[in-house]
Design a protein around this ligand. Structure first.
Ligand SMILES: [Ca+2]
Length: 334
């Protein structure tokens, strides 16, 4: 860990301690207070308010036991905290400022950075002109440079990034707004304000960037159709019933695939099993129609053996089942 990184961590640790201290203050605020308004209660409360008991209760919970840096810092600066509690908290009510910035000198005021708390780029009032983050802001680390939000660029986050244009600019403020989706760079909000078109867009006669119809140049494969979209295009698979197509579905085929016939402008599956000429010609064979084809399978009770359908040989168990007494319902069927 570098020195700058250690300084950042020290500030984070100190901030955590102060946050827990303030939480402790809130948690103990109503303690020993019955909710009534008796003089006795008022007196007890005001006594407890600045008591050592309350301080101990709060400081006990400043760190998680596993947080080495935190426990170390509290231990090392316990006296400072006590001094602030008993003598200084009226004069310096902001514990973070007094403890972390001014006493321990591990943090800096907001908008400043580094060992000497110098102002961030663009000034401590609005670091990076409010359009980015100042490196080390509020800590004794960092170098004060700006990391700009995506809309902004430049040392001070005043300039606009590619794809954004300046919609407001004065001495103190700079606002960059997104270009039209068709523009790579632009001077205004519409697609007529593009300097360069984004990929997939092209300048028309009115010099506006408009969608390029990539499908006009037939970029897809034989078994695909082209779908033009704003700024892009895609190639999609034709329906299984087509050989080549102009769009989605069996009604957009150029020609029908084998096993399909054109019917009502659609490529429809041919039912080979219903043709006048039988397609399954072997003995004990049935025809099963499938999309785009058909299958010849052995009839029930027969099985394929070396290309012919032979009667299924029953196993001993099946024979046994068949020879048992017919059940009541079977009997009724007879
Ligand atoms: Ca397009």
């Amino acid at each position: 860990m570098g020195a700058g990184e250690r300084r950042r961590l020290a500030c984070t640790t100190c901030r955590g301690i102060v946050d827990r201290f303030n939480q402790g203050l809130a948690d103990t605020a109503k303690k020993n207070f019955g909710g009534g308004n008796t003089a006795w209660e008022e007196k007890t409360l005001s006594k407890y308010e600045s008591s050592e008991i309350r301080l101990v209760e709060i400081t006990e919970n400043l760190c998680d036991s596993s947080n080495f840096e935190c426990n170390n810092m509290v231990e090392e600066h316990e006296e400072h905290i006590e001094k602030w509690w008993f003598k200084l908290k009226k004069k310096y009510p902001d514990l973070f400022k007094w403890f972390c910035i001014e006493t321990l000198e591990v943090c800096c005021p907001p908008g400043t950075y580094g060992p000497d708390c110098l102002a961030c780029r663009g000034g401590s009032e609005r670091p990076c002109h409010g359009n980015g983050r100042c490196d080390g802001d509020g800590t004794r680390g960092g170098d004060g440079t700006c990391s700009c939000n995506k809309e902004y660029t430049g040392e001070f986050c005043l300039d606009c990034s590619n794809g954004y244009y300046s919609s407001l600019r004065n001495d103190t403020h700079s606002v960059c707004t997104a270009c039209h989706t068709a523009c790579k760079t632009c001077t205004g909000s519409s697609n007529k304000d593009c300097q360069d078109c984004k990929e997939g867009w092209i300048k028309n006669e009115e010099t506006a960037c408009v969608d390029l119809d990539e499908c006009a140049s037939s970029p897809c494969k034989d078994e695909q159709y082209c779908l033009n979209t704003d700024g892009s295009f895609s190639c999609k698979a034709c329906d299984a019933s087509c050989v080549g197509c102009t769009g989605e579905g069996s009604d957009k085929c150029k020609t029908c695939a084998s096993g399909y016939t054109k019917e009502d402008e659609k490529c429809t599956d041919t039912d080979e099993c219903n043709l006048s000429e039988k397609v399954c010609t072997k003995e004990n064979e049935d025809c099963v129609n499938t999309p785009g084809s058909y299958k010849c399978v052995c009839s029930e009770g027969f099985e394929d053996k070396d290309g012919t359908c032979v009667q299924t040989v029953k196993t001993g168990k099946e024979v046994e089942t068949e020879t048992t007494e017919p059940s009541h319902t079977e009997h009724e069927d007879l």
